[in-house]
Design a protein around this ligand. Structure first.
Ligand SMILES: [Zn+2]
Ligand SMILES: [Zn+2]
Length: 347
C-alpha cells in the first residue's frame, strides 16, 4: 500500500510553499517508514527551489535535515526497531558497489546518488523531502540519533553539521592545531563547536563585530573582526586550517595570509561566482585551497556519535510549518541565529 503523506510544496520558482498531499512508496523489505518530527531548513533548500542551479523539479517538497521516529520496518530490517529516533540527511540511495560507495563515500557514487528531495529515484519518481509528515527510506541510508540529543536541535547536523565536520576530520583538527572558522552562520557556528570539542584552538573570523560575543559563547578562543585590517595582519601565519563557510562571492586572499606554512583553506560554501585568487598567497608557504561536500553515511553516523558524546547540537529557532515562507524570507536576509527547524507536529 502506498503511504499517504502531507507536506508543503513549491510549484514554481519564486512561488510560495503551500500545503500538499501526496503518496510515498510502500515500505519494502529493506525500508523503514519514518514519522517526521523535525526538519531543518538548509540554504540548499532555497537554492534548489529557486532553480538558480537549473535542476529544480516541481512540484518540489524540500527538506533534507530530517529527524523522525521509526513507525514501521520492512521484514529485512534488523538494525532498527519501531520507536527508534533516526535521521535522514542528503543521501537516500546509491549503487552500493562502485569505488565511492565501497569507500563509504556514497555522495560520490559513480552511478549517481539519490538526494532526499528533488531527485529521480530508482522507482522513477522524484523524491519528496522532509517538509512533510513522513518518509520511506532504505534503512541503510538512515542514521541513528542518540536519545541524549535534543531531536529538534539535532536536525541541522544532518547536512550543516556533516558539511563542516568532514573537513575538520580530514585536515586533522585537534590539540596543537589552530583552526579558523570563516563566517558565523548555520555552518560556521557548528564548525566552532566541533573544532573546540576536537581540542583545537579556535579563531572565529567574522565581518560582524556584533557576533563576537556569540562566537565566544559558542566556544571560540579568539575572535577576529575581518573588517579590521590591523587585526588581520596581526594574525598573519597563525592558522593551520581555515574552514571557509562563506556562500557568496568574497575575497579569500586576506585569509590565505593568515595560514601557516602548509596551511589549508577548505571551502564548504559554494559561491556561484568565481573567487579571485592571488597566486603568491598560496605559493609562498606551500598552502592549499580545497573543497568539501558533506560525507557518506558512515562518517555522518560518526559525527552524530561525536555530537552525543560532546553534547553538540545546533542553535535553532523552531517554527511551525505555516511559518515556513517567512522563515525562507528571513534566511534570504540572514535573519536567523543560526538555523530554522520546522516542527512537523504542527502540520
Ligand atoms: Zn556507487
Ligand atoms: Zn543542506
Amino acid at each position: 500500500m502506498p503511504i499517504s503523506s502531507r507536506g508543503y510544496v513549491l510549484t514554481e520558482a519564486g512561488g510560495k510553499l503551500e500545503p500538499y498531499e501526496f503518496n510515498r512508496r510502500d515500505v519494502g523489505d529493506v525500508d523503514m517508514l519514518v514519522d517526521i518530527m523535525y526538519c531543518g531548513i538548509c540554504h540548499s533548500d532555497l537554492l534548489v527551489a529557486s532553480n538558480e542551479l537549473g535542476n529544480a523539479n516541481y512540484p518540489l517538497v524540500p527538506g533534507h535535515e530530517i529527524i523522525g521516529r521509526v513507525a514501521e520496518i520492512g521484514r529485512d530490517v534488523t538494525r532498527y526497531k519501531v520507536g527508534d529516533i533516526v535521521g535522514i540527511g542528503c543521501i537516500v540511495d546509491s549503487c552500493r558497489h562502485c569505488n565511492s560507495c565501497e569507500s563509504g563515500d556514497e555522495h560520490y557514487c559513480e552511478s549517481g546518488w539519490t538526494m532526499s528531495f528533488n531527485a529521480k529515484d530508482k522507482y522513477d519518481e522524484y523524491t519528496c523531502g522532509g517538509y512533510s509528515s513522513n518518509y520511506v527510506v532504505d534503512h541503510r541510508y538512515a542514521v541513528r540519533i542518540s536519545p541524549d540529543l535534543d531531536a529538534a536541535k539535532a536536525a541541522p547536523l544532518l547536512c550543516g553539521g556533516i558539511t563542516v565536520y568532514a573537513p575538520l576530520v580530514r585536515h586533522e583538527a585537534g590539540p596543537d592545531k589552530s583552526v579558523g572558522i570563516l563566517g558565523l552562520g548555520g555552518l560556521g557556528h557548528l564548525a566552532v563547536k566541533f573544532a573546540k570539542a576536537m581540542g583545537a584552538h579556535v579563531t572565529m573570523l567574522t565581518s560582524s563585530s556584533s557576533k563576537a560575543q556569540d562566537a565566544k559563547v559558542l566556544g571560540a578562543d579568539n575572535v577576529i573582526v575581518t573588517t579590521d585590517p590591523d587585526a588581520l595582519s596581526a594574525a598573519t601565519g597563525s592558522l593551520d586550517l581555515i574552514i571557509n563557510t562563506i556562500s557568496e562571492k568574497h575575497d579569500p586572499n586576506p585569509f590565505l595570509h593568515m595560514l601557516k606554512r602548509d596551511g589549508v583553506m577548505s571551502l564548504v560554501g559554494a559561491p556561484a561566482k568565481p573567487l579571485e585568487l592571488f597566486a603568491p598567497a598560496l605559493v609562498f608557504g606551500d598552502k592549499s585551497i580545497t573543497g568539501s561536500m558533506i560525507a557518506g553515511i558512515e562518517m555522518t553516523q560518526q559525527m552524530l556519535d561525536f555530537c552525543a558524546k560532546h553534547g553538540i547540537t545546533a542553535e535553532t529557532e523552531v517554527i511551525p510549518i505555516d511559518y515556513v515562507n517567512e522563515a525562507w524570507e528571513r534566511m534570504k536576509n540572514k535573519d536567523v541565529r543560526y538555523r530554522f527547524v520546522i516542527d512537523l507536529s504542527t502540520l
